[in-house]
Design a binder for this molecule. Structure first.
Ligand SMILES: [Zn+2]
Length: 359
């Protein structure tokens, strides 16, 4: 993870802290200094923040280790000023597993709350300070217990993709399709997100950030779930185009321009003696015209490092590879045999057709 400090790892899961976290600490120090807060009090506040984030790490390990039980690895855990994030390699699709993974995080905070409460009960809580609450050596554990209770409750709010929203989606998934459940949970999540932003504007800027984060996250995950469900069960061969426009490698670029203007094709396969040597996109043609001229050979502007896909590869993985390598076109092979192309626009059409059939 870029711009992050590596803290350590446990059971193969690395923990990072994002650089913006230092802004949070800096902000507390500056705000306290300006308001003339004694140095010792600032120290207690900083210690308190660090302890809370330690609890947040434990919360994330609750998710990550439960997921590990179901064979799902976690890429890393990253700490941001607005909270922690366990980046799972994928999400559990079985609602029962999703329910357990989602609940495990808040459960960790509840356990910490209970443990601290028991310790405080036996060591004797001094409630006198509640008249003028102040964070110091005698009250910090009570504050920390309350904070953990708050963390558990806050995370269980049904604001998808927060934990409570995932619980809601899992529960809904018992009764309906995962896509439908995600749409409902996502909708509720976005309404909650707007409320967070609204209340945050008057009370707490961090709540505004969390609201924005939830709003965008809900949208992204609804789209992702839809796409996943439409692509599931299909492989590259299903969306393959076996008829595609070709260009000879030694023809002038003008030939490509003519073909581009003349038909609907926007991507071409460049061939030499019937076998493909690369691809040429509309962007590549235009760039070639700008930087060179129309008489250079097509070979000069060809992308000779095209993405090659096996026809049996799941379509979803193919799409991920194309996105990762920023390619709009891939050459498809069956073994060593070139059989056609996969075009990003074509996959979009494929998804739209599936979408129309489902409704
Ligand atoms: Zn969580």
């Amino acid at each position: 993870m870029k711009f992050s400090l590596y803290l350590g790892k446990y059971r193969g899961i690395k923990v990072f802290i994002h650089w913006t976290f230092s802004l949070l600490l800096l902000w507390i120090i500056i705000a306290n200094t300006q308001s003339g807060t004694p140095l010792a009090d600032t120290g207690w506040t900083l210690l308190f923040i660090l302890l809370i984030f330690l609890c947040v790490i434990l919360h994330e390990f609750g998710h990550a280790l439960t997921a590990q039980k179901y064979g799902i690895q976690t890429k890393d855990i990253i700490l941001l000023p607005i909270g922690g994030l366990a980046r799972l390699e994928k999400l559990p699709e079985d609602p029962k597993e999703e329910l357990k993974v989602a609940l495990a995080g808040p459960l960790v905070n509840l356990v910490i709350f209970l443990l601290l409460s028991i310790i405080l009960y036996f060591t004797g809580i001094n409630f006198n300070f509640l008249e003028s609450p102040k964070l110091d050596g005698s009250s910090i554990w009570l504050f920390l217990a309350s904070a953990n209770f708050f963390l558990a409750v806050f995370n269980l709010l049904p604001a998808f993709p927060m934990d409570g929203g995932r619980v809601l989606r899992a529960v809904l998934s018992f009764k309906m399709s995962r896509v439908k459940a995600t749409e409902i949970a996502g909708g509720i999540g976005q309404v909650m997100a707007i409320l967070f932003v609204f209340f945050g504007l008057f009370n707490n800027p961090i709540l505004v950030l969390i609201g924005i984060f939830i709003f965008l996250g809900a949208q992204a995950e609804v789209n992702q779930t839809k796409q996943h469900s439409f692509l599931e069960g299909f492989n590259v061969g299903d969306a393959l185009m076996s008829k595609f426009p070709i260009l000879a490698y030694d023809a002038p670029l003008q030939k490509a321009v003519d073909k581009l203007l003349d038909g609907q094709a926007t991507h071409f396969v460049v061939v030499r003696e019937d076998s493909p040597i690369g691809t040429l996109s509309r962007e590549g043609i235009i760039l070639g015209l700008q930087e060179q001229h129309a008489l250079i050979s097509i070979e000069k502007v060809t992308d000779k490092n095209p993405l090659k896909l096996e026809m049996h590869l799941p379509l979803e993985e193919a799409l991920k590879k194309m996105a990762a390598e920023n390619k709009k076109l891939a050459l498809v092979y069956e073994g060593n045999h070139f059989i056609g192309i996969l075009d990003q626009e074509n996959i979009s059409e494929f998804i739209m057709v599936k979408n129309a059939l489902v409704r």
